[in-house]
Design a protein around this ligand. Structure first.
Ligand code: NAD
Ligand code: AKB
Length: 317
């Protein structure tokens, strides 16, 4: 018998923004050999490849998923492989294939081999008709293709739970801010890119959202803590929100972020040049009501805007 719950943990899309942090935290908790990082790409020197087992895995390759689960005695999958909002709107077929079919393959493996699954959702499930502070339970009418696939994945997760007893859990992550990994393909990416630009020689940034665009955001350490605590929670505590729990961190506009960065880096200048991503951001809520997560699994964020800016600048320096 090996590792966690008598088996190993597999992470898909492990070389991305969340995987880079999550794999490290899981390996710290369960031991390096217990956590198998996988991704469709190879990236030389990436910590997930250097610090423990790594295997190439395309989540569209169902046979390989099944084979790996058996060979490596997998008990839990953290399914992070996906295409984010901006890239999804550029290629909606690819988005549907990877986000939906990829998730279905993982759920099928869970059904066949009795695995537990973490499958993240996003604040992109909400649409323009959502109240500015998004409730947990509200009609989900996203206008982005990305958001539609995220709603479908929440529904798929609930079907596998109710019909086949698969223990699927998920969080509607806000835009995540972290320093260990570069970001690309998303709409909230500006809030990571801006720090790299502020610390560069030129210390200027062209922001692709306008100055007043308020969005729900969260520091990665909070997101990782939320993920691990949700997965550690006894199944009886979870409610019908189990596949897409709202969690709230902090809400701010680009202008407010720049104001906070300028306290540390007074010469930094941000110019506003909104592009198509403004439309996606405008369709999402300003903030998130996370009372149900607080009740069900004692969720509480820790990082406010000031502490996020301090952490980002200190670590990126
Ligand atoms: P990311 O784009 O940084 O990483 C995704 C990873 O998936 C990449 O490393 C990519 O190579 C891999 N991938 C793509 N296609 C694949 C395939 N066919 N097979 C295997 N791997 C493949 O994304 P992320 O920010 O780490 O997001 C992870 C999950 O969290 C996604 O479901 C995303 O929708 C969700 N999420 C992220 C955020 C955020 O701000 N980062 C917010 C809300 C929800
Ligand atoms: C994106 O901007 O696409 C993601 C998300 C909010 O899901 N960060």
């Amino acid at each position: 018998m090996v590792g966690h719950e008598g088996g190993r943990i597999l992470v898909t899309g492990a070389l991305g923004q969340i995987g880079t942090d999550l794999v490290q935290s899981l390996r710290d908790i369960h031991g390096s050999e217990t956590v198998i990082a996988t991704d469709i790409r190879e990236k030389q020197g990436h910590p997930c490849i250097e610090n423990g087992p790594y295997t190439n895995l395309d989540v569209l390759d169902k046979d390989k998923i099944f084979k790996l689960v058996v060979e490596k005695e997998i008990r839990i999958i953290y399914h992070l492989a996906a295409i984010l909002s901006a890239k999804c709107e550029e290629n909606s077929d690819l988005c549907e294939m990877i986000n939906l079919e990829g998730t279905r393959n993982i759920l099928d493996a869970a059904r066949e081999f009795n695995l537990r699954i973490f499958a993240p959702s996003s604040i992109a499930v909400f649409g323009p008709d959502t109240p500015r502070k998004a409730p947990q339970i509200t009609p989900l009418n996203p206008t982005t293709k990305y958001g539609m696939t995220k709603v479908d994945c929440e529904i798929l997760g609930m079907i596998y739970f109710e019909k086949y007893g698969v223990d699927v859990r998920g969080i509607r992550y806000p835009g995540l801010i972290s320093w260990k990994s570069p970001v690309s393909g998303g709409t909230t990416d500006y809030a990571v890119d801006i720090f790299h630009a502020a610390l560069s020689e030129k210390s200027t940034y062209d922001c692709f959202l306008n100055a007043q665009t308020r969005l729900p955001m969260m520091y990665m350490d909070d997101a990782i803590r939320a993920t691990i605590s949700l997965m550690d929670e006894p199944i009886e505590s979870l409610s019908s929100s189990r596949c897409g729990y709202n969690i709230s961190g902090v809400s701010f506009t680009p202008e407010e972020l720049v104001f906070e960065i300028n306290k540390k880096l007074p010469n930094f200048v941000c110019k506003y040049k909104p592009d198509i991503r403004q439309n996606y951001a405008d369709s999402w809520p300003d903030s998130i009501d996370d009372q149900i997560s607080r009740n069900d699994w004692n969720w509480q964020s820790r990082f406010d805007l000031e502490s996020i800016v301090n952490e980002m600048i200190t670590n990126l320096k």
